[in-house]
Design a protein around this ligand. Sequence first.
Ligand SMILES: Nc1ncnc2c1ncn2[C@@H]1O[C@H](COP(=O)(O)OP(=O)(O)OP(=O)(O)O)[C@@H](O)[C@H]1O
Length: 255
Amino acid sequence: MKGVDVVRGETFLLRGVDWTVEADHRWVVLGPNGAGKTTLLQLAAAQMHPTRGVVELLGETLGAVDVFELRPRIGLTSAALAQRIAPAEKTGDVVVSAGYAVVGRWRERYDVHDLTRAGMLMQQWGVEQFAHRPFGTLSEGERKRAQIARALMPDPELLLLDEPGAGLDLGGREDLVSRLSDLAHYHFAPAQVLVTHHVEEIPPGYSHALLLREGAVVAQGAADDVLTAANLSDTFGVPLALTRTDGRFAARRAA
Ligand SMILES: Nc1ncnc2c1ncn2[C@@H]1O[C@H](COP(=O)(O)OP(=O)(O)OP(=O)(O)O)[C@@H](O)[C@H]1O
């Protein structure tokens, strides 16, 4: 992204964003409610165009490419997408149908490679036992993992995760963080961008961080340089103390 603004009426949702994600990068995007994180991800998912500036995605320029060709190369999970999945849909079908950019398996036929890949991904994300269960009967954590399996189904070049830890209990969060950390370390995995409000949800192995506040970038770069108490305090507007243990972060209000 170069010089990207997203403006609605008088409001800047994003202002002057310059940002480059390389294939081997794993980015965490942090910021308070309303900072523009989802807007940033919508641009990266080719779901929205910038008002000003340039967005280049996987060698193509938004505005000069058919987004329907681009979107299957990008895996996205978000609460908004999850809401579009019919609760009665079988979880296995929710995962396998991703390769065809439809939710649910009606109208499409799947070959043995699709079914094998879906089975492998469901096993990796711990949801294989729910293949025949309606998606709506899964717990929040199970749904989150099934959605990630679905996003990975078309073997995307870029994986975008919008608040995958939201609504999870402590055990579910820890399970997700460790699976995401495994994926971050996997050499052949796609580039990854994870949006969160909480430093506790940053999986070890995430290499870069971008901090957003009121649509503007507060800091971005190598995670070790960016994730500091001073930068996080500026971003969230609260004096914060930050600790790091075994690659995991924790934040609380400074004394
Ligand atoms: N169409 C619109 N017109 C005006 N303002 C909008 C529009 N869409 C979004 N906004 C505002 O833009 C800001 C950024 O929204 P965005 O959803 O990107 O934030 P976010 O960082 O993802 O927030 P959260 O953490 O709460 O999900 C918010 O203040 C939102 O109210």
